[in-house]
Design a protein around this ligand. Structure first.
Ligand code: ADP
Ligand code: ZN
Length: 360
């Protein structure tokens, strides 16, 4: 097992990573000063697989457990679902110290975190992420949200969990495509801040794809550590945290153009990383070899390099709709070398257009 601390002053918390160790949750829960009724929020794919196992562990140390299961998918991050969960929480008499447990992927984590942040002005929140994407990304950083009919994640808060508990065993039941989408974010961490980690991913891609527990623990641990370091320095996203957006400017535009249907998040980010790498190269910031190495890894992880049927002239206007635009200027996270990025806000339109043409 591995452990790391996310340092955020009084909001600091631990991330625990292990394999086949759900029973360890008993220790964790007894150490915290929680009320003894917990609410486990999950979705209808994950609940039948793991909900009873988690409940049994919590029951064994004196917790009663209530369950709420949402339909899988982004459409459940809604105000209607949130209201139903508040009702469940009130009817179950959850108090200020009752833990809300998110058992699922990023959708469940965002929604359950939003409930935990707002119910009774905030109750303890425990993250048990079951997708690789949630384990390496959304469960760290404290962003919780629901969607508004006019846009994703528009209603939300920064709210830190008391504990993030990761069991790599959950990945055994995860569809392959969901594993690959998580690997896109893992690769991103290597590119933005650790060239040794990037090399490790390149050299161990087969073990990673075979989900060898030691390898998976290592990549989750390093990814969380990189994200935690960045988030601790910049909790509210004013500066450094922007580098986490690498590959996301184009990625978000591709997701939006294809109505969040054709590509999942990691696939869109993989295409976006390819685009950002090409822009970096055309700006004279990095070598062709760097671009080539990134493309090789993206392909190794069964992720796409190009978005077919997404015309560059349709993607271009969508870029400026990105949330990260400040004063109408696009801030590009570009590569200087593997493990080293820089933010550039004066990329000529012609270079952006050329890169878009290469990836669509
Ligand atoms: P993400 O974590 O990628 O943001 P979701 O929360 O939408 O996304 O989860 C992706 C899909 O994988 C959902 O259909 C969810 O029900 C399913 N899922 C999550 N974890 C597991 C798991 N461990 N085993 C099987 N399916 C899972
Ligand atoms: Zn992302």
């Amino acid at each position: 097992m591995a452990e790391l601390k996310v340092k955020l002053g009084s909001d600091s918390y631990d991330i625990h990573i292990g394999t086949n160790w759900i029973s360890e949750l008993a220790n964790q829960f007894t150490q915290m000063k929680f009320s003894s009724n917990a609410l486990i929020i999950s979705d209808s794919n994950v609940a039948p697989l793991y909900s009873n196992k988690i409940a049994a562990v919590l029951n064994s140390v004196g917790f009663s457990t209530e369950h709420y299961s949402i339909d899988p998918g982004e459409q459940s991050k809604s105000a209607t679902d949130a209201m139903d969960i508040y009702t469940k929480a009130i009817e179950s008499k959850l108090d200020r110290k009752s833990p809300i447990v998110a058992l699922g992927g990023g959708v469940v984590g965002d929604l359950a975190g939003f409930i935990a942040a707002t119910y009774l002005r905030g109750v303890p929140f425990i993250q048990i992420p079951t997708t690789l994407l949630a384990q390496v990304d959304s469960s760290v950083g404290g962003k919780v949200a629901i969607n508004h009919p006019l846009g994703k994640n528009l209603i939300g808060a920064f709210y830190q969990p008391e504990l993030v508990f990761i069991d790599t065993l959950f990945l055994d039941t995860l569809p392959e495509r969901e594993l690959y989408t998580g690997l896109a974010e893992v690769l991103k961490y290597g590119v933005i801040s650790d060239c040794d980690f990037f090399d490790y991913l390149r050299q161990n891609s087969n073990d990673i794809l075979m989900k060898r527990p030691e390898t998976i623990i290592k990549i989750i641990h390093r990814s969380c550590q990189i994200k935690a370091d960045i988030v601790s320095t910049d909790e509210r996203e004013t500066g450094l945290r922007a580098i986490l957006n690498f590959g996301h400017t184009i990625g978000h535009a591709i997701e939006a153009y294809t109505n969040f249907e054709k590509y999942n998040h990691g696939e869109a980010v993989a295409i976006g990383m390819h685009g950002a790498a090409l822009i970096s190269y055309h700006m004279g910031l990095c070598s062709a070899e760097v671009v080539e190495k990134i493309c090789h890894c993206i392909t190794k992880f069964h992720l796409p390099l190009k978005a077919a049927h997404c015309p560059a002239d349709k993607i271009l206007p969508l870029l400026v709709r990105d949330k990260k635009v400040i004063n109408g200027k696009l801030n590009w996270v570009l590569i200087k070398d593997l493990g080293q990025v820089t933010i550039v806000n004066n990329v000529p339109d012609a270079i952006i257009a050329a890169a878009l043409n290469e990836i669509t």
